[in-house]
Design a protein around this ligand. Structure first.
Ligand code: HEC
Length: 111
């Protein structure tokens, strides 16, 4: 009842700061587990994205091949995923966070 307006304000301020920090954390660190989930969900129809997966399209590079490719360093891979060049590969309109997670996941793939 007697809580002052300033106290309420600073409480709201603290909540806003906490939310912003959470969002920042979310965007800052690429996350392998999230990358794997996105890969299984959006890419596995065509690409072999994880060991143990047996179905994918013919003549589509696997994520191990892409991960080990000299050509696809992180920057090139991010650019490719941000807007796939006119190819047989669909543009999935990924967010920057999704791309960062995917790149981290793909670059972590090895035979
Ligand atoms: C509908 C099928 C399909 C889906 C879904 C798909 N891709 Fe592809 N992708 C392809 C094909 C086909 C190619 C080969 C492109 C070409 O030959 O023009 C390709 C090529 C690529 C390449 C370039 C490989 C190279 O060596 O040139 C990358 C990287 C890639 N895909 C990543 C992804 C990621 C990440 C996802 C999920 C977000 C995804 N793809 C979803 C079909 C697909």
């Amino acid at each position: 009842m007697t809580r002052s307006r300033t106290q309420t304000r600073s409480l709201q301020g603290a909540v806003v700061v906490a939310l912003v920090l959470m969002l920042f954390e979310e965007g800052a660190a690429a996350d392998l587990a999230r990358g794997r989930n996105i890969a299984l969900r959006w890419c596995s129809q065509c690409h072999i994205v994880a060991s143990g997966q047996s179905t994918g399209s013919d003549s589509v590079p696997t994520f191990v091949e892409i991960g080990e490719s000299e050509h696809f360093n992180q920057a090139r891979l991010s650019r490719f995923l941000a807007s796939p060049p006119h190819s047989r590969m669909p543009d999935l309109s990924l967010t920057r966070t999704e791309i960062a997670d995917l790149v981290a996941y793909i670059k972590a793939q090895h035979r």
